[in-house]
Design a protein around this ligand. Structure first.
Ligand SMILES: [Zn+2]
Length: 426
């Protein structure tokens, strides 16, 4: 119904709200078509006849449209389950109140390649504390749903269900014929997980925002006009700022191995927030030989990173991805994990983590930057062919391992970010 949007909507049903003079649903249908999806079902209830009349059989858009009219609202999942018999074995679900620019082909491929029962597009947001959060393991499989409010004494990954899914019909068989009102996020996915279904968390920085209030609507229209929506698909190369962790984002602590030791440096949340606001991908790349040395497990490192994400999230900042190198080249110490004591490609100044990020997030490395507190970070930047900035926090370059590595210098992360923004806005 879009009651809160009445001033922008008039008497139209919410999915028909105009952006650039065309209904939101039309933007979605064009997106679907551009990624090869041409069979479209619209589930409508309030003023469904307006939607049916506008889209007809879809031939005007070169797609097949069918509108399913709900007698009473069944919830996001309830509506889909009630119409299961007319759905294909794999299908994408999009909410009619979201502006979306997602590479749907890439998303569907991930779903099929991984053999998921359901794939959820998830992302970090700038208000994780009052969002329903998802927990995923290192391979991206959902392990838990944490609905708000969140206890203050636990650290959470900043991962939020964005409201875009790929589903495998046969995985929904236990719910076929359901006539209950069910929501995907609150009801169906937790129930699927409880029955052992494989839910893939597809972490993506692409554009997906719900309209909901006049303020959000106006912001989305402004971003559409400014090209923000168009640029923020994984089909378009993105620029990133790579951040070292220890000494750059958090206080340098030799061999940090427990969440209690983690303290954010002053001003880093503001720095990351500025990068978020200016459309930069923020990617942490950190050497963590504590894993190879046996001082800390991957799971413990995960909790450390969850604390960092929670602290940043409290200040409305987020990182898009965290990559760590668990390896270490020198063998022969008690308690070490021999399988990780190797010469790898990812340990900085190797650029394996930057390459992986570039593949995962379609990054334009030549347009990206690296910030760190050691000459190893500057050398990493040099090898990757991107500009580096040394911060005077942490080691402040005192490691001197690569004295010849070129780079700019800034007092701290916030200054470094200002330097980047000043140089790139020219
Ligand atoms: Zn490595």
């Amino acid at each position: 119904m879009g009651t809160r949007l009445r001033a922008r909507l008039g008497d139209l049903p919410k999915p028909m709200i105009p952006f650039d003079g065309r209904p939101l649903l039309e933007h979605q249908i064009e997106l679907a078509k551009s990624h090869g999806f041409t069979d479209i079902l619209i589930f409508a209830c309030h003023r469904a006849e307006v939607i049916e009349r506008h889209f007809g059989d879809g031939s005007r858009w070169g797609v097949r449209v069918r509108t399913v009219v709900e007698k009473e609202p069944l919830g996001t999942a309830g509506a889909v389950l009630a119409a299961l018999d007319i759905l294909a074995e794999q299908f994408v679900v999009m909410y009619g109140d979201t502006m979306v620019n997602v590479d749907l082909g890439r998303l569907a491929k991930a779903h099929l390649d991984q053999g998921a029962d359901a794939t959820l597009l998830v992302h970090p947001n700038d208000h994780p504390l009052d969002s329903d959060l998802i927990e995923a393991d290192g391979a991206g499989w959902v392990t838990a749903f944490h609905n708000r409010p969140h206890p203050a004494d636990r650290w959470f990954q900043n991962l939020v269900n964005a409201g875009l899914y790929v589903l495998t019909k046969s995985a929904l068989t236990p719910w076929a014929g359901s006539t209950q009102s069910l929501d995907f996020g609150k009801d169906l996915f937790p129930a699927m997980l409880a029955r052992g279904a494989r839910l893939l968390a597809y972490n993506s920085p692409e554009y997906i925002k719900d309209i909901g209030t006049p303020e959000r609507y106006d912001k989305i229209q402004a971003e559409l006009t400014a090209g923000v929506v168009r640029r923020n698909s994984l089909g378009t190369p993105q620029r990133a700022v790579f951040l070292d962790r220890d000494g750059t984002l958090i206080e340098e602590m030799d061999g940090l191995r427990s969440p209690e030791q983690l303290v954010l440096l002053p001003g880093v949340a503001a720095a990351v927030r500025e990068l978020n606001h200016h459309g930069w991908r923020v990617v942490v790349v950190t050497n963590q030989p504590v894993i190879a040395k046996g001082f800390c497990t991957e799971a413990e490192l995960g909790v450390i990173h969850n604390k960092m994400e929670t602290l940043l999230g409290r200040e409305h900042a987020f990182v898009d991805r965290i990559y760590y190198c668990p390896h270490h080249p020198h063998k022969g110490y008690p308690g070490e994990r021999p399988e990780l004591k190797i010469d790898c490609e990812c340990r900085k100044p190797g650029i394996g983590m930057l390459r992986q990020a570039a593949a995962d997030l379609n990054l334009d490395l030549a347009a990206s930057w690296m910030i760190g507190d050691t000459t190893i970070d500057l050398e990493t930047a040099r090898v990757a062919g991107l500009p580096g900035i040394m911060v005077r926090t942490g080691h402040a370059g005192s490691d001197a391992k690569f004295p010849g590595a070129p780079g700019l210098v800034a007092d701290n992360l916030l200054d470094a970010v200002h330097l980047i923004l000043a140089r790139t806005s020219l």
